[in-house]
Write a protein that binds this ligand. Structure first.
Ligand code: F6P
Length: 323
């Protein structure tokens, strides 16, 4: 039966979101459904900024980073009053199901809306890769490669000057980007929110590396770690005489979110868009579309809301072995 569905992007943008919107719209249209776009995430749901999307509206976007629908962090949606306003707008347009493309906070919003009786399907999309319910989320691959390129570049200048560089990467309370870019970039050390760091131990390691003739040292710091770039730099500056290396620090920040989506992210997003439309077709609501192993599947939002995915301890161990 023909359906009227809407799609929105919420929270921090992630490269590949446009590919996901395009896939939801085109997979919906191919079933004879009517598809709507909600502008500026949950904020647009509350203000009623909802417009019909045709196949042409999502043409030429697959290679673009960001999100054509815009995104926002919306405090009002966390209130029952805010969500009731959103429900009124959805019902006024006769929309029967909503697809929410976003990360952890956004999928908690999806869960709350679904709990109020509106059919919602989430799509796992965040550079943080902190969502339970998907091994990997849309945007991670691109963000990781941007971080890696920065690490490779910093290593070059670090070697020329016998310096130690701290590079801080995003990820909120999850150290996934730091851990993976640290391994891929051959970092000397990685600080993570999930693992306690002893800065003195780190200073001793750097000193030993210097004495063994190493020409540079690179430390990847997760923004959510106790020892993020600012805290580590503070410690190292205070102890700079015995460190051996002079220290410089770079915070990569939103550069990681702005990239052209990689092939992997475009394909993953396209698959997730189809997965969401198929879930709506089955009338399977209150779920998140993600990937486990090589299979696109759904997980109930109640198993996801408010949780943070754990890092694989074996990979943390590997990073320690390799540094
Ligand atoms: O959730 C994605 C993310 O980029 C986090 O890694 C980061 O902590 C946060 O968003 C930054 O949020 P904002 O763009 O609102 O400053």
């Amino acid at each position: 039966m023909a359906k009227r569905i809407a799609v929105l992007t919420s929270g921090g943008d992630a490269p590949g979101m446009n590919a996901a919107i395009r896939s939801v719209v085109r997979c919906g249209l191919s079933r004879g459904w009517v598809t709507y776009g909600v502008y500026s995430g949950f904020k647009g749901l509350i203000s009623g900024t909802i417009e019909q999307l045709t196949t042409r509206d999502v043409g030429g976007v697959i290679q673009r980073g960001g999100t054509l629908l815009g995104s926002a962090r919306c405090e009002e949606f966390k209130t029952v009053d805010g969500r009731e306003l959103a429900l009124r707008n959805l019902n006024q347009k006769g929309i029967e199901a909503l697809v929410v493309i976003g990360g952890n906070g956004s999928q908690t919003g999806s869960y709350e809306l679904n709990m109020m009786g509106f059919p919602v399907v989430g799509i796992a999309s965040t550079i943080d890769n902190d969502l339970v319910g998907s091994d990997i989320t849309i945007g991670v691959d691109t963000a990781l490669n941007i971080a890696l390129e920065a690490i490779d570049r910093l290593k070059v200048t670090a070697s020329s000057h016998q310096r130690a560089f701290i590079i801080e990467v995003m990820g909120r309370k999850c150290g996934y980007i730091a851990l993976m870019s640290g391994i891929a970039g051959g970092a000397e050390a990685i600080t993570l929110p999930e693992v306690k760091t002893d800065p003195e131990e780190l200073a001793v390691t750097l000193r030993a590396a210097y004495e063994h003739g190493k020409s540079h040292a690179l430390i990847v710091a997760a923004e959510g770690a106790e020892y993020n770039a600012a805290k580590l730099a503070e410690y190292f500056y205070a102890n700079k005489e015995r460190l051996g290396f002079s220290i410089r620090s770079t915070i990569l920040g939103h550069v990681q979110r702005g990239g052209t989506p990689s092939a992997y992210d475009r394909i993953l997003a396209s698959k997730f868009g189809l997965g969401a439309v198929e879930a709506i077709e089955r009338e399977e609501y209150g779920v998140l579309v993600g990937i486990k192993g090589n299979q696109v599947l759904t997980t109930p939002l109640e198993e996801i809301a408010g949780k943070t995915k754990q890092l694989d301890p074996a990979v943390i161990q590997l990073a320690k072995t390799l540094d």
